[in-house]
Each structure stands twice: as structure tokens, then as C-alpha cells.
Design a protein around this ligand. Sequence first.
Ligand code: ASP
Length: 309
Amino acid sequence: MVMLATPLRKLEHVISSEQFDRACLDDLFARADALAGHRDTRLAGRIMATLFYEPSTRTRLSFESAMLRLGGAVVGTEAAREFSSAIKGETLEDTIRMVSAYADVIVLRHDQAGAAARAAAVASVPVVNAGDGPGEHPTQALLDLYTIGSERGTAEGVHIAFCGDLRFGRTVHSLAQLLTLYPGVRMSFVAPEVVQIGADVLARMTAAGIPFRLTDRLDEVIDSVDVVYQTRVQKERFTDLADFEVARRAIRIDAEVMRALPEQAIVMHPLPRVDEIATEVDADPRAAYFRQARNGVVIRMALLDLLLG
Ligand code: ASP
């Protein structure tokens, strides 16, 4: 992964949460604060290509909205597997070489882990990983972390319970990594065995000195949590549907769970939600997931400004 060695300050590509340090995050979040509600033309004449081989609502549209709000232009394809030359057998590498000639930045979502790094290796413009299969989703993690900061003042000292599909849920992999930069963070990984967090993530948490606990019961940790980070069970990544059924039924946030949740805690979710958070929770002020999704625009404006400005 040559790309991970690239310091983000040079802002060549955004492939993994591992590229970020605290100074870079503080800078990015200050820029995002300043860009709230803002529109200007600082990226006039610049073109962003969105190349999405997997479905997306929030990530693609918030990137496009962010680029348009800064005066830039957007080209792209939202079903790249069917509507690009991939269907004719073109490799990702060849597609990226070509799109590099048409745009100043490429936002890529792909179904294979490592695809963004492969793209970055041949691109002549910055590549942003907008989700690579079960791998990472670093820009989601940036907006998640920004949300924790805006909802709670700081991410320092939080006890976060990651729930749901921790095996395939790429947003969890990326956010857990960013949180290692904040002193006092504790993590609970709440999931049944079939979708429990991978040893690779746990090894990184151990190396960073993060205290963590694995359980399949939210009620064991709920008393002390500050953030419940619920996730969708990633149906599209299961080869065994029996495993999917086990995972799907495991952890659901409903009014009863909310009664046990501390008053100052928040519930987050990268969305889309299926039924892992009951809609009765939406009206609770601690339900932060729609506010979280809205933060995607300013974070992506700040990132595009850093990459292209
Ligand atoms: N939108 C998030 C992602 O692309 C979460 C999800 O799909 O469940 O990873």
C-alpha cells in the first residue's frame, strides 16, 4: 500500500483513515466549520468525476453538492459496472487512466477492498476512496468524527459502542482508526460472532493502546456509552444467507434501548438504515444520524478545497 505512506498534507489521494494525523483533522474540521452554509467559486474550472461501482445516495450526492457549492463541475456515472466500459471488460486501472484525463479529482466507490489503492497507483489526479467493498470509507469516518465533535464537544474520552455488522462494515473500520488519535477513547464492539470485528482492526487498537471489549449484548455496556454507532448488516457481502439472518436479528435500537441509554449519549448510523433502528427512535433528540448525514456536505467541501484549492 504505497499510498498510505503519502502524508495527507500533500493531499495526493485519500485512501485510508491511516493517512490522517491530529493536525490534519483539526485543520480539516476548522475548514468545515468555516464552510457551513457557504457557497463560492473557488473551484471554478475544476472537474470532479464520481465513479460509483456500488450504490450510493449520500456519499455521491454530498460530494457532488460539495463540488457545486465551491463552483466546480461534476461528471460521473452512478452504476459504473453497467454504464461504463467495465461491462466490456475494461480493467479498473485502464478506466482510471482515462478518467484522469477528463477530471481533476476522482471519487471512487468500488465493491473490492483495495480498489482505491489500485486506482491511486495509476491515476494522475487525486483519488478519493468513497468506499472499497468491506475495506474502508475514510470520508464517512471524517464526517462521523466531525459529528461526534459537534454533538459532544470533543471525541476525547468517549466510550463508543460499535454495533451491527463490524466485519463487513467499512465505516466502522475507518472510524475506529481515526478515534485512535483521541486520548481516553474506549470501544465496545457489539456484534454476534459471524459479524464481529476483524483481528486486523483489533491489532491496530491494541497497538494504539485503546481499551476495548467484545460482546454480543448491548445491555452489557449501555450504561456507560457516550456514542452508539449502529450499522446496517451488509447483506450484499454475505455468501451464506444463514449467517446474514443471524446477524440481522442480533442488535436493534428501539424505544426500550433508548430508555437504558444515558441522557447525554447519542445514536449514530452511517445510513442507509433498514430495520436496525426502529423509526420510533427518530424523534428522540439523541438520535443524531440525520444530523450526521448532513455534515457530509461541509466535510467534503473542506476535503475538496484541500485537494484542489
Ligand atoms: N453507506 C455506508 C457505506 O457505504 C453504510 C452502508 O452502506 O451500510 O458503507
